[in-house]
Ligand binder design. Sequence first.
Ligand code: CP
Length: 308
Amino acid sequence: MKHFISVDQLPVKDIYNVLRRAEYYRLKDFKLNHQLFVANLFFEPSTRTKMSFIVAQRKLGLESLDFHSESSSVLKGESLYDTAKTFEAIGANMLVIRHELDDWFDQLKGKLSIPIINAGAGKAEHPTQCMLDLLTIYQEYGTFLEVKVAIVGDIKHSRVARSNAQALQKLGAEVYLCAAPGFEDEELGMPYIPIDKAAEICDVMMLLRIQHERHVHQAETSNYLNLYGLTKEREQKMKDNAIIMHPAPINRGVEIDTELVECSRSRIFKQMANGVYIRMAIIMELLEEWGIINENNFKERKAFATVK
Ligand code: CP
């Protein structure tokens, strides 16, 4: 992969390569001995993605170039393209970009000579979140085949839903969708079921935040938890080994009862921890692909492999 933009572009074997590599970095420290710079260009707010990219970069021994769009020359009208070209010119070896446009990558495609990672594209894709979610599910079940996953919530406005639904289906999971009226996205082509049914039959309840910032009209949420969210009553109907996931940030008490956020089934904070290892793996895959580094420890990584 030249750039990491969409999970759709990734063959199954490349997905497993990234998962395997992330597991290696989870189990073993690894640091590069080169001075390389990674620019983190976040044009939308972020806590987890941005900070876990920075931790991943520092663990790998890379120099993180921080960028705050609200105090940058974006305020003087500089475009995404000119901002990206500027970081390339001053020596960035890689760009990590989050932007509100679904298709921001089209502005940069073929025009830069450094790798780019998509850290969130509008409502379209969040491929690094998808990969850390896949790692979390794999750690739990050791396979994706026939694992039943319910993606629950504001599907229509969620880039996480889109990336995860496509990738999970490609890997052989059974994907179900649950959404309040108006939050469906029929383009995904996957079956919708009521949340009560999903809680009973699924191995993974993957909840989504209501994306208020992407709504034209403010959504009414006073009774959302009871009607469409994961209540304690629904959690009690879940299978013994079923788990709860959420990409966060969480609207506690809206899409999930606040007591369930840290219950024994919850993998929400484990997802965040996995985000560091997945992002280390993606960064390294791209640096190698572009010949910027040659890690050359494939055999050692294979010996550590816990992902088949
Ligand atoms: N899950 C996620 O993308 O969180 P942030 O918006 O905080 O990065």
